[in-house]
Design a binder for this molecule. Structure first.
Ligand code: PMP
Length: 458
């Protein structure tokens, strides 16, 4: 593989850097097959029952995702008996690691007295209080069963509260699987159109037309946002923003962008939604606490369920009031498992562990990982992004600020590098996103960084 110096000498041809690892794709896949014969067998079974072998797109990985039997702390044990150090913790949803004794105990105790009732439980009220206490706009909350559902409810609340239809979302942002946000999440290069006026591209088959319902704008571009809202703001029900954009290379926006979003929503009467399904884990008061910009509604998921299925819509009383019983044109919202007591028990146990000190610990470790990765990637066409306890290695020579920048990554290189790391016993996403938990040790991050460094030299 090209060394640092050569890459520096030839920055106009960064593709040369990616070729040697990609040329090893077959060898790396063969090693994976040899290490995971039981997963291979089970995947054959999965192919016979799930379309293409999968029931969850996020874990799609070539040749197949491993089958896991056990998770404990930072370790996953796959069904071939391999120990894998987890650096993605079910898509960031387990900030205190797998099977944390406090969560196991809380879930066990709750399950013993019943896992679901057609009635309130006190533990659900505890979780509601803990979540609202952490968010500046946390006046009211409704629980859902996933982040996608939280986004759907938030958008519907905004439409009911404003009497408007149009949703502004940003190119490259992922907000789950609800129809009106599955626009321009990962559009192909030849379809994206003008960078300042992106063409809305459906991200899935089966979507009804987004015309009159969805407007796609460039992420991190306050100028375009201000101009668009000046012209069309009174049509807009909501502006939805990820304050940490996972699919746009795990970047954070400039504070100026969030301030502009706050301003234009105030001026137009549109509802500002922060999607903090991932970003809530950036600090005790979520990403909004870090940025000091307060949305009207926040959508949550992942960590507030302590590893169980969950979602939450948190926000101003004046907006969530449209879902109060008896309100004319009320926003209806049922759900057999909303506020489920077992989920609430796991969520409370997790939030209780996530103290200011715990955030300081995971965020410091995250920063150390990013720093070390930056050092070893210096001069190479690799960019390290992330914040708090999250990090990502991007196979590009460009600094990423928006989807157009994120599109420049060499996805195949990232995929092969991720598989090679999995062979070495490290689980990141197949586009090299990672995070640490409160259980992650400096020794574990050291071995990950050593393995990645070795990969760059082979
Ligand atoms: N919003 C964001 C920002 C997300 O990252 C995700 C999931 N990764 C979702 C919404 C959807 O959440 P879920 O997978 O729980 O439906």
């Amino acid at each position: 593989m090209m060394n640092t110096q050569a890459a520096n000498e030839n920055p106009s041809l960064p593709n040369d850097f990616y070729l040697p690892l990609k040329a090893r794709a077959d060898e790396i896949e063969r090693s994976y097959l040899a290490l995971t014969p039981n997963s291979a067998k089970l995947f054959k079974q999965a192919e016979g029952i799930y379309p293409g072998g999968y029931t969850r797109d996020a874990i799609i990985r070539k040749p197949y995702s491993p089958f896991v039997r056990r998770g404990e702390g930072t370790q996953l044990i796959d069904c071939d008996g391999r120990s894998i150090t987890d650096f993605w913790f079910n898509a960031t949803s387990l900030p205190i690691g797998h099977a944390h004794p406090r969560v196991v105990d809380a879930v066990t105790r709750q399950t013993q007295v019943g896992s679901a009732y057609f009635a309130f439980s006190e533990i659900e009220l505890d979780l509601a209080t803990k979540v609202c206490d952490r968010l500046p706009s946390g006046e009211r909350v409704r629980f859902t069963n996933s982040g996608s559902e939280a986004v759907m409810v938030a958008v519907r609340l905004a439409r009911a509260a404003t009497g408007r239809d149009l949703l502004v979302k940003f190119e490259g942002s992922y907000h789950g699987t609800y129809d009106d946000v599955q626009w321009s999440v990962g559009p192909p290069v030849d379809k994206v159109g003008d960078p300042d006026n992106p063409t809305p591209v459906p991200d899935t088959g089966g979507l009804p037309s987004g015309a009159g319902r969805v407007l796609v704008l460039p992420y991190n571009n306050p100028k375009v946002l201000r101009a668009t809202m000046a012209a069309r703001g009174t049509e807009v029900a909501a502006v939805i923003i990820e304050p940490m954009a996972n699919r746009i290379g795990l970047i954070q926006p400039d504070a100026e962008f969030l301030v502009a979003a706050r301003d234009v929503c105030d001026a137009s009467g549109a509802v500002l939604i922060f999607d903090e399904v991932i970003a809530f884990r950036l600090g005790r008061n979520g990403a909004q606490g870090e940025f000091g910009v307060t949305p009207d509604i926040t959508t949550l998921g992942k960590v507030i369920g302590g590893g169980l299925p969950v979602g939450g819509v948190v926000g101003l009383e004046s907006i969530l009031a449209v879902s109060e019983p008896g309100t004319p044109n009320r926003m209806a919202h049922a759900g057999t498992f909303n506020g489920n007591p077992v989920t609430a028990a796991a969520g409370c146990a997790t939030l209780d562990e996530l103290t200011i000190e715990a955030f300081a610990h995971i965020n410091t470790l995250g920063e150390q990982v990013r720093q070390r990765l930056r050092e070893i990637c210096e001069g190479l066409p690799l960019r390290i992004t992330g914040a708090g306890s999250l990090f990502k290695i991007n196979a590009t020579s460009q600094d990423i600020r928006d989807y157009r920048g994120a599109m420049t990554v060499d996805r195949e290189w990232e995929r092969i590098a991720s598989l090679a790391l999995l062979n070495e016993g490290f689980m990141l996403t197949s586009s090299l996103h990672g995070c640490v938990s409160t259980q992650t040790t400096a020794a574990e991050t050291d071995t990950l960084i050593e393995a990645f460094s070795k990969l760059l030299k082979t």
